[in-house]
Design a protein around this ligand. Structure first.
Ligand SMILES: NC(=O)c1ccc[n+]([C@@H]2O[C@H](COP(=O)([O-])OP(=O)(O)OC[C@H]3O[C@@H](n4cnc5c(N)ncnc54)[C@H](O)[C@@H]3O)[C@@H](O)[C@H]2O)c1
Length: 239
């Protein structure tokens, strides 16, 4: 259970983040839903009785303001679950890959994770059992549809490993979770691109993808942020 804990789910307006915010709230946590999409984020927060904070993870001032809002409302933070991410440039060959797209993906996925970690750490340090979870992807270790996305998730893995060692003396437990093939808006847009290339119908392409559900990944994340996972300090691959 997560009673008494304050958990921040960045990217909590949709997909894996949304399912995680819902499950953490159902397990008794006070949940902060932070996202760049205010309408969807507020809807999730209202439904679970949590707090919504608008954030753009690429903007340091916005990330700082997110943490300040949590400090003001709760005075503490026990868990950061960073799920915000983008996948752009699927199936674009490297020799045609726009630099702007590369920069956007790296900025959101890697710099965004760094900024969330950087600004959440002062509050996490004050928790008895501070936990940080970065959501990477199986794409980090092969098979990404996008050159930039695969590289960015490799960056998230390395950021997480580095932080796990650096923050252990501070009592903060860090894990990186690498899901794969989950039925969310992000994945559906990749499948749509794939269907267009192969001439398959979207329906057939979705069926062939054998997608997992966001709630399955949420089970892993909600467990990892709990005290039951105290001995887990490494990277976790899920479906
Ligand atoms: N769906 C999959 O198959 C899959 C597989 C592996 C990894 N992942 C990772 O899981 C995480 C969640 O992905 P998802 O599939 O649920 O995607 P999603 O698109 O459904 O949700 C991503 C959320 O991040 C938010 N977001 C995007 N840019 C942001 C920014 N700059 N600042 C703040 N919020 C921002 C979006 O508004 C959205 O609510 C991502 O990091 C993704 O890379 C997903």
């Amino acid at each position: 259970m997560l009673n008494g804990k304050v958990i921040l789910v960045v990217g909590g307006a949709a997909g894996i983040g949304r399912a995680t915010a819902e499950l953490c709230a159902a397990r008794g946590a006070a949940v902060v839903v932070a996202d760049i999409d205010p309408a969807a984020g507020q809807q999730v927060a209202t439904a679970i009785g949590g707090l919504f904070v608008a954030v753009n993870v690429t903007d340091p001032a916005s990330v700082q303001a997110m943490v300040a809002a949590i400090e003001e409302r709760y005075g503490r933070l026990d868990g950061l679950i960073q799920t915000a991410g983008v996948l752009k440039g699927a199936y674009t060959p490297v020799d045609e890959f726009p630099l702007e797209t590369w920069r956007t993906v790296l900025e959101v996925n890697v710099t965004g994770s760094f900024l969330c970690a950087k600004h959440a750490v002062p509050l996490l340090k004050q928790s008895d059992k501070g936990v940080m979870i970065l959501v990477s992807s199986g794409a980090a270790v092969g098979g990404s549809s996008s050159v930039a996305y695969g590289a960015s998730k490799g960056g998230v893995n390395s950021l997480g490993i580095t932080l796990a060692a650096k923050l252990a003396p501070e009592g903060i437990r860090v894990n990186v979770v690498m899901p794969g093939n989950i039925d969310t808006g992000m994945k559906r847009s990749v499948i749509a691109a794939e269907a267009e290339m192969s001439g398959k119908s979207l329906e057939d392409a979705v069926a062939a993808s054998k997608l997992g559900v966001p709630e399955g990944v949420a089970q892993v994340l909600a467990w990892l942020v709990s005290d039951d996972a105290d001995y887990v300090r490494g990277m976790i691959t899920t479906r």
